[in-house]
Design a protein. Structure first.
Lengths: 347, 295
């Protein structure tokens, strides 16, 4: 054990790697490549198979589900990884959508619009989480709600952003020269964006960086004591979550051909949290499952149902009470697991 | 100068309803450490119940008072049921669990209101005895606004008296301080919690009934109330009744002043105030810096 240097820095301080080395630390590249290959084949099958196999209505809902899945994945980085419940994630979703809306007259290729949306939102997310870093738990949740609503109010009263009507007249611009005008074409594009977004989400999940975020969730004070820069960790998580959500928002704006302030409203943030917890916020793919289930439920079962809000609220309360870790936790709660656990235990 | 005075008077009267809604929320948080997201939905429920109970386009003063009491009672009962079924099983879990469950609950209650009363806005008539107004030079202030302010002052005084001077208040403070230790000392912590919850919910219902004549009673009431009330509670210091009273005064004044002098920023002036304030004093006006993990 080395002694504490004269400048007072504790010796363990040196264990915190620079960001680029943090990102490099993770599972081996060989396993990663195999997994990526398998996913790529599956993804190609879904991307090209789905438009022919499902009805146009279902295809439309699935495209929206792809946008929401990105929103939910971004939300889960704050809610599930960092343990900070946010009611303001829709602000980043809307940020992505409005970034696309603002460049509509430039007829930018779709990939450039999405990259712009991601860059703007990532910076916004970093700054927001940096500023809110000293608030945790309930105060954080309330402040994200209040400031998310501030963004909503500013946008919905700003005439240059279309006020309450939003920005219309967006065209589905080609991506790398490939047309995305028809719904099946756009589905292929949306699915590709979804796969890229979720691949980034998955890649980060396996970094040491994500592990540090989980540690902040469990005990931020101890992480601070161990010499980690908790504030930067929080801000990084915020930037990452905002970027993913903005991808979803940008995609949504392109698909719908318009933006409107409801994309920033806290009801959407609430829906995003709902998706995370239905699927299971502690599971990697919980938000994805939750987003797909939520979108399908809202658009088919609850469409034109007068009790829609009642049912959604009821489901959420029951989930929080009965399966707080989401649907993905159900397999591990099967009786067989309890028996196996008991058998493993020494008498 | 006159304009400023008039603005200030309007601002002070606007603080009444704001505090009435926030009082129950801050009481429940102060004792139970539960931030009840559904509070605004309960407030909306109170407004609907009072409209239902007063029935018809005109209402007598007596019936109006009865309807307000009925709304408080009904919403208090809802609070009792909710505490039993939803919050009690969650106390042992992390604070986010209760927050999220109460968010689900807010959807549930708002959905139920929408299901039973529809989406058409309702109006609550004002009893004719209260619909006059008093003039102070150029300003005309409705008597009802003064009534609201009066009720708010009474509620604030009653809550402070209860928490500081009564046996139940002492028990509640003990439970807030350390739930397990209070239970060990023989305080029936569960019962104290349930009573506080019922009381807080009843205040939400009462606030709904009292605010109802001045607003359009529709499903947008809960979301539009939630944000200013959260701002009041955070700014006052989570869980402090006196802080909530001061903060509602500050926020109402800022809203009044900006509406008159800076209309461009008036819809979100209180959020800017909150942001500035939190930089200077993150624990809120009267809040203490908490070392516990709930803060």
């Amino acid at each position: 054990m080395s002694s504490i240097p004269a400048d007072g820095t504790p010796p363990w301080r040196g264990r915190v790697l620079p960001l680029w080395r943090e990102l490099a630390a993770g599972p081996s590249w060989r396993t990663t490549l195999v997994q990526v290959g398998v996913v790529a084949v599956l993804a190609a099958v879904v991307a090209f198979g789905v438009p022919g196999a499902v009805s146009p209505e279902l295809l439309a809902v699935l495209t929206v589900a792809a946008c929401y899945a990105l929103l939910a994945a971004g939300t889960n980085i704050s809610v599930g990884w960092l343990g900070s419940v946010t009611f303001g994630q829709a602000a980043f979703f809307g940020c992505g959508a409005y970034a696309v809306g603002l460049v509509r007259h430039g007829h930018w290729p779709a990939q450039n619009s999405i990259l712009l949306a991601i860059a703007v939102s990532a910076v916004a997310g970093f700054v927001a989480y940096w500023l809110l870093a000293r608030y945790t738990h309930i105060t954080f949740a309330m402040l994200t709600l209040v400031f998310g609503q501030l963004v909503f109010l500013v946008v919905s009263s700003s005439t240059s952003l279309g006020a309450s009507d939003g920005l219309g007249g967006l065209f589905r611009e080609p991506v790398f020269g490939i047309s995305t005008v028809t719904d099946p074409q756009f589905w292929g594009f949306a699915f590709a964006v979804l796969v890229i977004g979720l691949a980034v989400y998955w890649w980060f999940y396996r970094r040491i960086l994500a592990l540090r975020m989980f540690a902040v969730r469990e005990d931020a004070g101890r992480m601070e004591t161990l010499g980690y820069d908790v504030r930067t960790l929080r801000a990084t998580a915020g930037a990452l979550g905002a970027a993913l959500s903005a991808m979803g928002g940008a995609l949504y704006a392109m698909y719908a051909g318009a933006t409107n302030p409801t994309l920033l409203a806290f009801t959407l943030s609430g829906a995003a949290i709902f998706m995370c917890f239905i699927g299971g916020s502690r599971y990697l793919w919980g938000p994805l499952i939750g987003a797909v289930l939520y979108t399908l439920t809202v658009n088919f079962w609850l469409q034109s149902n007068r009790a829609a809000t009642l049912i959604t609220g009821g489901i959420f309360v029951v989930v929080m009470l009965v399966i707080p870790n989401g649907l993905l936790s159900l397999p591990s709660r099967l009786p067989i697991h309890a028996i196996a656990r008991r058998l493993r235990q020494p008498r | 100068m006159l304009r400023l005075i008039v603005t200030l008077i309007y601002g002070i009267t606007a603080a009444g309803p704001l505090f009435l809604i926030a009082s129950g929320l801050t009481l429940i948080y102060g004792v139970m450490r539960v931030l009840n997201f559904a509070h605004a939905a309960l407030f909306m429920l109170g407004a609907y119940v009072s409209v239902q109970l007063s029935g018809g386009p005109t209402v007598s003063l007596g019936r109006f008072v009865l309807a307000a009491a009925g709304a408080g009672l009904a919403v208090g009962l809802v609070g009792l049921v909710v505490e039993r079924l939803v919050f009690r099983p969650l106390y042992s879990r992390n604070p986010e669990a209760t927050l999220l469950a109460s968010f689900g609950l807010s959807l549930l209650i708002a959905g139920a209101v929408e299901r039973f009363w529809g989406t058409e806005p309702l109006t609550q008539p004002l009893p004719s005895a209260l619909s006059s107004s008093v003039s102070i030079s150029t300003a005309s202030i409705s008597v009802y606004a003064l009534v609201e302010l009066g009720v708010a002052v009474v509620v604030a005084a009653a809550l402070m008296y209860m928490l500081r001077r009564t046996r139940f208040g002492a028990n509640a403070v003990a439970v807030a301080e350390d739930r397990e230790m209070a239970a060990v000392m023989g305080i029936r912590a569960r019962r104290v919690g349930a009573i506080v919850f019922v009381l807080g919910s009843a205040l939400a219902g009462l606030a709904g009934a009292i605010v109802a004549p001045t607003v359009s009673v529709d499903t947008g009431l809960a979301p539009s109330t939630l944000i200013p009330v959260f701002a009041v509670v955070v700014m006052g210091g989570l869980g402090t009744v006196g802080g909530a009273a001061l903060a509602s005064l500050a926020i109402a004044l800022v809203q009044g002043i900006t509406t008159n002098y800076l209309p461009a920023i008036s819809p979100y002036a209180f959020i800017l105030l909150l942001a500035l304030f939190l930089i200077v004093r993150p624990q809120g006006l009267l809040g203490r810096l908490q070392l516990s993990r709930e803060a």
